[in-house]
Ligand binder design. Structure first.
Ligand SMILES: [Fe+2]
Length: 393
């Protein structure tokens, strides 16, 4: 076969330069982080090969707002149960503190389960050690209360209905859970680099509304001593003003969040934040449940990771939350789900049955077929065929 010159790798390479690359300047602008680091050298993350530097100006060398030279004059978010105040704080500062989102009992159960799990994972040598501390991943498989948190079930998180309402408002109904994991800040650990959780979308900023919203569970008091999460209050607004591909000038300083056990921090995916440094001798956990638009790829690959018995008992709402409710533009399997609404319980998007078939070793995929396929090949009980049949039940 004669090779067509225009389709050869050599020809394509010769005719592909940075200058004529599609959208090159925009997609490779490295903004907003490039200008952030250029104009705010104190934002540069630590060198993990060296001991943590405390001399000089560094974002991790800070304190809580009420003790902070710059921030103490500002009316930053205070813990509140008032949904209207939460909306105001979220819009103005990029975060809000939902007071007593978990009751004392719920908070204790949450922390105890987390601490036990972390210990168990260390003993089983499956602990995930990050430069900041131990993470406990995929909480969905590690306690019923975590499953209930994903569903904002008041039995595990008493502020559930309020949180769910705010997520519906900010992400639009149909949002799904990106991941739910616990972030440890261990004594001697490094701070995380300050980042936006929806940073992977950069240089798009999504000026009108966030594409990701985080709900951070605080199961033990956090402060400037034990690695209270670092945030730059209002930084989401600076991103919004700069816009997609925009440059960022001088930023205000970071603070450590101060919050009591039981708080849920509700924060915008465009807010600059990161794990703080723990200067005590005790580990400290928070747990982040971030949430995204229904068609986005989730951080946790729930379809693979969720345990069979959790899947078996899952409510239609939980299946939806973890992306096991297909919709036209997300999670379809072999065409099943195309045309589905994505709504909770919609039979046309029920992909749980594929995972169950897979677990049982019965997942039959449609493979190469033709008029010369054997009778056996043509009459196999293909899983997609069964799934379509089930929509008529
Ligand atoms: Fe983050």
């Amino acid at each position: 076969m004669d090779r067509i010159k225009e389709f050869t790798k050599e020809h394509v390479d010769q005719n592909s330069t940075q200058e004529n690359g599609l959208f090159y300047d925009f997609l490779h602008s490295k903004e907003p982080y490039q200008s952030i680091f250029k104009n705010n050298p104190w934002m540069i993350p630590p060198d993990l090969k060296k001991p943590l530097e405390w001399r000089g100006d560094h974002y991790w060398d800070t304190t809580v707002a009420r003790k902070h030279e710059y921030w103490k004059e500002f009316d930053l978010p205070k813990p509140t149960k008032d949904i209207n105040q939460i909306r105001k704080d979220f819009l103005e500062w990029g975060f809000a503190l939902i007071e007593d989102a978990m009751s004392k009992e719920q908070t204790n159960n949450f922390l105890n389960r987390l601490v036990e799990q972390a210990e168990g994972e260390r003993l089983a040598e499956v602990e995930n050690l990050t430069p900041s501390g131990q993470y406990v991943n995929t909480l969905i498989n590690k306690g019923k209360l975590f499953v209930q948190c994903i569903e904002q079930e008041p039995e595990a998180v008493q502020a559930g209905p309020l949180i769910e309402q705010l997520l519906n408002e900010s992400l639009g109904k149909g949002w799904i859970c990106h991941s739910f994991l616990a972030n440890g800040s261990d004594p001697g650990g490094y701070p995380q680099g300050l980042h936006m959780d929806q940073g992977p979308l950069s240089p798009w900023i999504t000026q009108e509304a966030p594409a990701l919203v985080n709900t951070m569970y605080i199961p033990q008091d956090i402060n400037e001593e034990n690695g209270g999460t670092l945030v730059i209050p209002g930084s989401h607004k600076i991103m919004i003003e700069a816009g997609s591909d925009g440059q960022i000038g001088k930023l205000p300083p970071a603070i450590n969040l101060e919050a009591k056990a039981g708080t849920v921090v509700f924060f915008d995916g465009r807010l600059l934040h990161g794990t703080g440094v723990n200067r005590t001798d005790q580990p400290r956990f928070v747990a982040t449940q971030s949430n995204v638009k229904s068609w986005m790829r989730t951080q946790e690959n729930w379809v693979l990771s969720v345990a069979p018995e959790i899947l078996k008992d899952a409510s239609p709402k939980l299946l939806h939350r973890i992306g096991l409710q297909a919709l036209t533009y997300g999670s379809t399997i072999e065409g099943f789900g195309l045309g589905a609404s994505g709504k909770i319980g919609d039979k046309w998007g029920a992909i749980q049955q594929f995972r169950v078939a897979y677990d049982e070793g019965n997942y039959q995929r449609v493979r190469e077929l033709s008029s010369s396929s054997t009778k056996e090949e043509l009459s196999k009980s293909y899983t997609v065929k069964t799934a379509w049949k089930n929509t008529r039940k």
